[in-house]
Design a binder for this molecule. Structure first.
Ligand SMILES: Nc1ncnc2c1ncn2[C@@H]1O[C@H](COP(=O)(O)OP(=O)(O)O)[C@@H](O)[C@H]1O
Ligand SMILES: [Mg+2]
Length: 261
């Protein structure tokens, strides 16, 4: 009675699926996002009740095939390596379940919850006032700062820090209190495809600057509480103060560049 995955998936996806997703034994994949570089599917790993995220980078017809293969392999291996290091060093990121760098996919632990972007926007609604007094929202900002600080303290630079590249994983069912309005839980940093090792304060400052700019354009009304991120970052590791000092220089350069057009 159950259709095979390829049957079930074919009408929903106009693109070829990687072989692993056409395995009739696994749960039909759901396409979660489709970006320029890749697609994110929700499916299962080994057992039908173990949800997982499959990140697939399809071949890019506009790139030279050999170069494309090399780039895809490199990015998948790099993301997996960095995820493994983060977990080893105690930063909450998805576990790596499996990968096939030649086929272009990486299978990760499924993180319940939503990207932080969604939580912030839901919380803001169409409010324009009282945002700077919203202690729960500010608490979420501090959690972001602490997570980024932890990441930098273990020598990882994210390369694409945005509120879409971090998830808020709600506390497990039963322990959730009512008043939290979806802001309780832990921050899980995701999308480390552009990440790399880095111990220079300049690199950390650029990482923070990317987040600051992305935050300002995604959540302009919450810009007034972004400082909470930096305050928590400052407390999160010894070197943080130096990176924040550098951030001021990076901002200046950014301003000069935008004046020059
Ligand atoms: N491990 C995961 N668990 C649950 N959802 C995920 C997971 N990884 C990614 N996602 C969802 O898929 C989206 C895209 O994944 P991401 O790794 O950011 O790839 P991209 O390079 O396309 O931005 C995320 O914003 C998030 O909503
Ligand atoms: Mg992303």
């Amino acid at each position: 009675m159950a259709a095979t995955v390829s049957d079930a998936a074919a009408p929903a996806h106009q693109f070829p699926l990687p072989k692993i997703l056409t395995n009739p034994a696994s749960t039909p994949p759901t396409l979660i996002t489709q970006g320029a570089e890749g697609r994110l599917y929700k499916t299962t790993y080994l057992r039908p009740d173990t949800a997982c995220a499959l990140k697939y980078r399809p071949p890019k017809p506009w790139r030279h095939p050999a170069l494309d293969q090399r780039l895809t392999r490199h990015r998948i291996l790099s993301e997996a390596r960095i995820l493994a290091k983060c977990r080893r060093d105690g930063l909450r990121v998805p576990s790596v379940y499996a990968l096939d760098e030649s086929a272009g996919w990486l299978m990760l632990e499924w993180i319940e919850g939503t990207p932080v972007r969604v939580n912030i926007n839901n919380r803001l609604g169409n409010r324009t006032e009282g945002i700077e007094d919203d202690e729960q929202l500010k608490d979420l900002m501090r959690k972001i700062g602490t997570a980024v600080g932890k990441m930098h303290s273990i020598g990882i630079i994210h390369g694409d820090l945005t509120t879409s590249n971090m998830m808020l994983k709600p506390p497990s069912a039963g322990s959730q209190s009512d008043g939290a309005a979806g802001l309780e839980g832990e921050i899980v940093i995701i999308d480390l495809g552009l990440a790399g090792g880095g111990v220079h304060d300049e690199d950390r400052a650029v990482d923070l600057y990317v987040l600051e700019r992305a935050f300002g354009s995604t959540h302009p009304r919450a810009e007034c509480i972004f400082d909470e991120v930096l305050e928590a970052y400052k407390k999160s590791f010894k070197q943080a103060g130096v990176a924040l000092k550098k951030l001021e220089e990076v901002r200046m350069r950014g301003r000069k560049r935008s004046m020059l057009g």
